[in-house]
Design a protein around this ligand. Structure first.
Ligand code: G4P
Length: 191
């Protein structure tokens, strides 16, 4: 997606050979126009899939998921990473280990919002090692819902998550795949 790649090049900052900072439009300040285009792009790609709900994880997955939900006309559910005062009903839970942050979070979704007849698109802002996506897929499985695919804004193609999921037959659509952040340069994978 050219608009996104342009924003990454213009406003992204390479923090190390592993980490790209995109706080200017995705992870802190949010560019609503870009986010709207991202929603339209995902909706176009998945419009034939019969999606009934989008599942993401707080916090940075919510903006692109919501814009996609508007375009597809379906609700957006986000998994919580922290216990919530009001999240007291029966819960679907899974553990997500972050290699980046070296911590494990239990993520949860109320059983009320994911049902057996739901057809789910899992979404997130970044895909690195794929732990968050795997946690969300586990929740979809526990709910007995159907997973149609995974929509990612920025995939770090030099980390294993995306390709491992594809090898397992999961449809993973990433709007920008970064192959390298070496030498302070952002190199995208050819489409
Ligand atoms: P994984 O889920 O693919 O295994 O990712 P990992 O544990 O490595 O990443 C943990 C957190 O760091 C996730 O956000 C993920 O989106 C984010 N992240 C990973 N690599 C990068 C990167 O290069 N740049 C940026 N900006 N973020 C990255 P999170 O902790 O869930 O944060 P948030 O959604 O609350 O913002």
């Amino acid at each position: 997606m050219n608009l996104l790649k342009h924003a990454i090049k213009e406003k992204g900052r390479v923090l190390s050979e592993d980490v790209l900072k995109v706080d200017a439009f995705l992870n802190h300040q949010i560019d609503p126009v870009l986010m709207q285009q991202i929603g339209k792009e995902f909706a176009e790609r998945f419009k034939e899939a019969g999606i009934t709900k989008i599942l993401t994880i707080e916090s940075s997955g919510i903006a692109p998921a919501l814009m996609t939900g508007i375009e597809l006309g379906v609700p957006v559910v986000f998994a919580r990473k922290r216990k919530s005062l009001t999240l007291v009903d029966d819960l679907l839970t899974s553990k997500v280990h972050s290699f980046t942050k070296k911590e494990t979070n239990e993520i949860s979704v109320s059983k009320e919002y994911l049902k057996e007849d739901d057809v789910i698109l899992v979404m997130d802002d970044f895909l690195a090692n794929g732990q968050a996506v795997r946690g969300l897929m586990e929740i979809v499985k526990q709910a007995g819902s159907t997973l149609v695919g995974v929509g990612i804004v920025i995939e770090k193609g030099f980390q294993a998550g995306g390709d491992l999921l594809r090898e397992q037959g999961v449809r993973v659509d990433s709007l920008a795949i970064i192959d390298s952040l070496n030498n302070n340069q952002i190199t995208f994978r050819e489409e």
